[in-house]
Structures are given as C-alpha cells and as structure tokens.
Design a protein around this ligand. Structure first.
Ligand code: HAM
Length: 429
C-alpha cells in the first residue's frame, strides 16, 4: 500500500522549525500589545457568500482559489482564503461599531487558497493579520504600516522595501479604470490570454501581470495616483508626510494594485529579498467600502497581513533557526523499580520548571546513553539495581566521561543547584 503524503501545496512545520515558528507568533503578539491591537479568533470557515461579496466576485481568489464545500445541512462554506472579510463580519455581528473606535484587532492562523504551489506559495499558509476598523485618519494607515515594518525588523530583517500606492475610491476609480481600458484596448493583441480576459472583468489586475508581454506595456500605462479625487489625494499626501516623519522609507509603486477588490485609497506591500518571485512578505491597505459591501453602514478600515511561511523560509535561509531547548537531565532506569522512581524525579524537576526526560524500553545502558546524548542532555541519571541498593544515583556528565554519585534524597535539589550555576563552575562538567 502506498504511504500517505501531505496533500499537494501543504506542509508540516517540523520540530526543528518550531522555535522560529513560535518566535514569529510571540513577536507578533508582543508588538500588537505595544500598538494597542487586541487578539481575535474567528472561525476557519465562513459562508462562501461572505468572501464572494467581501473579497470580490471577479478576483482570482473567488474565481479560482477558494476551498468551498457544502456541509451536511446544504450550506455553502469556504475555508477562509484571508482574514479581513471574516473580521469585518465579526465587527458587524458583535456591534463593535458601538465600541470606542477604531477597533484594533489581530489574528494568527491558517488561510487556504487553491494556488499553483511553488517556493513561498502554498495552499494552506498562515497569516499574522491586523485590522483597524472605524477610522479614516491616515495616521492609522501609517501605524498599521509601521507595526508591520517593526515586526519584520524585530525578526531580524534588514533588506526590506515598502511599496506604496493609492488606488482611489468609488468616486475617482471609474475614470481611472476607463483610462486603463482605453490604453490596453489598443494593445489587446499584445496581451497574454489571461489579461485579454482581465480587460473585461478586472482591468486593474492588468497591472500586476507577471507575463513578459504584459510587463513591457506597463511603463506607459496610466497611473492611479494621477486620477485621485481631492479627498484621496489629500489622504495619500498626508500618509506620505506621516511616513516621512516616522523616517520609514517607501517607494511609490504605481503598479501596485493587490489581488483583493475591497481596497480603496492606500495599498502597500513589504518586500523582502531572498524568496524569488514570492517576495511580498506582507500586504495590506485601506478598505473603506467593505462594510457596505457586506450590507452594513459605511465604515472605514485599514489592515495588513504577513505570511508566516515566507518569513520562516527567509529566517531559516539566514541560518537563524535555533535548536529546541535541551533537557537538563535524562533519567535512565535500568532496573524495574527504578522506572516509577525515574518518572517521579523527572516530574519533580519539570514542576520546578526544569526540562527533564526519561529513556524508554528495555535497552542496554550504552543505547540509552546514546539516546540521552541525542536529546542534548547535560546529565544522564543512571538508576540501576546497585544505585537503588545504595540509595544513590550515578550522574554522568554527557560529553565527558566524568561521573559522580549523588544521594537519591538530594538528587533533585542537586540538579536544581547545578542548573542555577554557570556551566563552567558546575560540580561535574
Ligand atoms: P494578501 O496579500 O493576499 O493580503 O496576503 C498577505 C500575505 O500573505 C502575503 O504578502 C504573503 O506573505 C502571504 N500569502 C498570501 N498567499 C499566500 C500563499 N498562497 N502561500 C504563502 N503565503 C501567502 C491579504 O490576505 C489581505 N487580507 C491583507 C489585509 C488585511 N488587507 C487588509 N487587511
């Protein structure tokens, strides 16, 4: 029988990656605390219609990438392809508009898109997502961008680039889209087949087509910033001033349009070097029309999400992965009665906050010492018949051939004392 493998496009985060994985999450939590974002957990699946209305029926996500299924009650459900629509749904459902505004929320968890898997692009991936709902001041746009920038800096990234654009609002976008259409209509035959299709469905998406034929036409394409209405232009101008005041360098990128339809005004991405085409580690923007698209009153919002797998790849690529913390002591019970004693002593150490493990099964001392060594333990505690008869444990310092006898009654305290002493000054080194 063939062995099972994880489905295409999904991956296990193995223990050797766990320290960095945990760090990605704990740094996110710590930074959100500082910027006043509270944690929210929303369901992994939502009604399919939420994403169709929220993310946009014409987006690649809704057209091609959603994991949608009918449950046993006949309801169409979708594994969330992103967090923003679900969080806006929760904002509306729980009357958060009556809370002090803006409501600032963060989440950490998996998202699902049926994409073509490649380096840095998966079908299940994890996001650190932030949203600030209920405020239109560009100061909050600046804070959202700063929070993500600091997050990446704190993780150790230094070659980052902030790509910034404004794509306007329902007042100024239509004339811009018309200008794009008329520019590309004349060049129709030079477009890739996907873009010929996009020209009708979603002309903005022509700007981030990666096909060489389409890239060549970008240079002369109209730019959204040249079409902004006074309100959008003022918002963008002030955001830029705020970012400059915060000394956050940005690059104006007139081609940045993003793949979700809810964006208005500000859009941005943070790019990091080292993962090829999928170099966007974070993306976000303002979505002042989303609440209305979901049937609620007009409510502004701005947010962003960072992809944790991409960050993990980059950090591991830079050799910053840590080893899991090693055990202080590994207990090796050689005689039957030593087994419950080992368990009891290891448990006492763990309750005192110290890492301790036991070896298992009926194997030779040599094999068990090897296991202890592999666990990175500092001390192997050998408990055989002789040791029990004399009320003593043989404590061997791994990596050296030194050992001492320690009375069983004192063993836990002795190990605690060793743990508190700097490595070079320990009794057995
Ligand atoms: P997004 O740009 O689609 O935005 O995704 C944000 C980040 O998630 C990307 O920059 C990338 O790091 C990661 N990501 C996206 N798709 C994949 C994938 N298939 N495999 C691995 N990583 C991926 C959003 O999702 C918006 N909801 C962000 C937002 C929040 N805008 C406003 N609020």
């Amino acid at each position: 029988m063939a062995i099972f493998r994880a489905p295409r496009g999904v991956q296990d985060i193995l223990p050797q990656s766990a320290p960095v994985w945990v760090q990605l999450q704990s740094t996110a939590r710590a930074i959100c605390e500082r910027y006043g974002f509270a944690f929210i957990e929303t369901p992994i699946f939502e009604e399919a219609a939420l994403f169709v209305r929220g993310v946009g029926a014409e987006t690649d996500i809704v057209q091609k990438e959603m994991y949608t299924f009918e449950d046993r009650g006949g309801v169409q459900l979708t594994l969330r392809p992103e967090f923003t629509a679900g969080i806006m749904r929760a904002y509306i459902e729980h009357g958060m508009h009556t809370w002090p505004q803006p409501v600032k929320l963060y989440s950490l968890g998996p998202a699902f898109r049926y994409e073509r898997p490649q380096a840095g692009r998966f079908r299940q991936f994890h996001q650190f997502n932030i949203e600030a709902i209920g405020e239109q001041d560009p100061l909050i746009d600046a804070e959202v961008i700063l929070l993500m920038w600091r997050y990446l800096q704190e993780l150790g990234f230094d070659r980052l680039s902030l790509q910034l654009n404004s794509i306007g609002c329902p007042a100024c976008r239509p004339p811009y889209v018309e200008a794009l259409k008329s520019y590309y209509s004349g060049l129709r035959t030079s477009l890739c087949s996907d873009c010929q299709e996009r020209l009708h469905r979603n002309p903005l998406r022509l700007l981030d087509c990666k096909a060489a034929s389409c890239q060549a036409l970008l240079q002369e394409a109209p730019r959204s910033v040249d079409f902004l209405c006074p309100s959008c232009a003022g918002h963008f101008q002030e955001l830029r001033l705020l970012l400059e005041a915060a000394e956050l360098p940005y690059e104006l990128n007139p081609r940045l349009v993003r793949g979700l339809d809810y964006y208005t005004k500000t859009v941005f991405e943070i790019w990091a070097e080292g993962i090829g085409a999928q170099n966007a580690v974070c993306g976000g923007g303002r979505y002042d029309g989303l609440a209305e698209a979901l049937g609620f009153r007009s409510t502004p919002g701005v947010g962003a999400a960072a992809g944790l797998e991409r960050l993990l790849m980059l950090l591991q690529g830079h050799g910053q992965a840590e080893r899991p913390s090693a055990a202080l002591a590994v207990f090796i019970p050689l005689a039957g009665p030593a087994r419950p004693l080992s368990l009891k002593l290891a448990e006492e150490l763990r309750l005192a906050g110290l890492p301790a493990q036991c070896t298992y099964g009926d194997r030779s001392l040599k094999a068990q010492l090897k296991s202890a060594d592999r666990l990175g333990a500092q001390y192997a505690i050998i408990l055989g018949e002789d040791e029990l008869a004399h009320g003593q444990a043989t404590v061997r310092c791994l990596g050296r051939s030194e050992q001492v006898q320690v009375p069983l009654a004192r063993l836990v305290d002795w190990l605690k004392e060793q743990a508190a002493v700097p490595a070079g000054e320990r009794a057995v080194q």
